[in-house]
Write a protein that binds this ligand. Sequence first.
Ligand code: PLP
Length: 369
Amino acid sequence: MQSFIPPRRTLMGPGPSDISPQVLQALSRPTIGHLDPLFIKMMDEVKELLKYAFQTENEFTIAVSAPGSAGMETCFVNLVEAGEKVLVCRNGVFGERMRQNVERCGGTAIVIDDKWGEPVSLDKVKQALDQHPDIAIVAFVHAETSTGVLSDARAISELARKHGCLTIVDAVTSLGGVPLLVDEWQLDAVYSGSQKCLSCTPGLSPVTFSNKAVEKMTSRKTPVQSWFLDQSLVLGYWSGEGKRSYHHTAPVNSLYALHEALLMLKNEGIEEAWSRHAHYHQELKQGLEALGIQFIVDEASRLPQLNAVYIPEGVDDVAIRSRLLNEYNLEIGAGLGDLAGKAWRIGLMGYAAKKENVTLCLKALSDVL
Ligand SMILES: *Cc1c(COP(=O)(O)O)cnc(C)c1O
């Protein structure tokens, strides 16, 4: 066996996305101890930078040392207690995973379904909340990566608050790609991932909790069944004014990379990052439509960072994607679940949302089609 040298691909799928050389360089810097004062100082900066990315003042804003799915699980295991009712809005793969999380916590999931490719229906949320006054939490996916659809987080959160419910929000694909205003929209528990629009290496999950969410966690009647994800234990590690206690060994180098990726976002400016995603989405859309390729999602709720399109009639999905990979070093995403074999998911996430990528993707698709 020899060292593994990966090819240089252009990543335009549902994540991981292209990573800037600057971030990869940060990753390879010397490892230092995770309780080294300099490392702790850097972790404090990661918290500050995450607060900026989430547009929140929440003190409890950290990166879980595991991928987005662990961020999802962190929110559910800490907030849902056995016997509680949680409204789960399901309009794709990730909503279904939320339902499974609720059930595994011993909660009861009240599920409302919307068609794949459509946003969460506010009417259905309202109806379900009226029908079940004992619902404690409303859980939904802000940006459904399986279908390319954006739901109205602000409006869902408002309905939840009217009924005295907390919100758990999947912002894995939305963070950094489209407006996500945690404080202004009063979202309670929000989780994301490092490898989508933040364009960092996979394996970290930024999370943020409102004061209301923290209160609910600290007034639990039963301990969180997961030792690793129990945030009451993790918090002593991420905060605690100079007397940080060992919880687990932080992924030191991955956190250097996240620090760098978040710094790049801060330097660009979050609004600028949102408009850059919107801009290249428009360019890609024009090019795709010129090739006769149709979008799945209505324009009003389309994600700029995840372009879900129908595979043209008579085209061999697997053959085309493998030609793109082998001849152009270009990865685009396949359809998931109900859309398997019917859709492609073309990502324009983070560092990948740029002119060269749009040009390459359109040229490659037009050649192979
Ligand atoms: C990618 C993704 C996840 C899971 O993140 P991982 O890092 O793959 O565990 C969860 N929700 C959404 C919407 C995603 O796109």
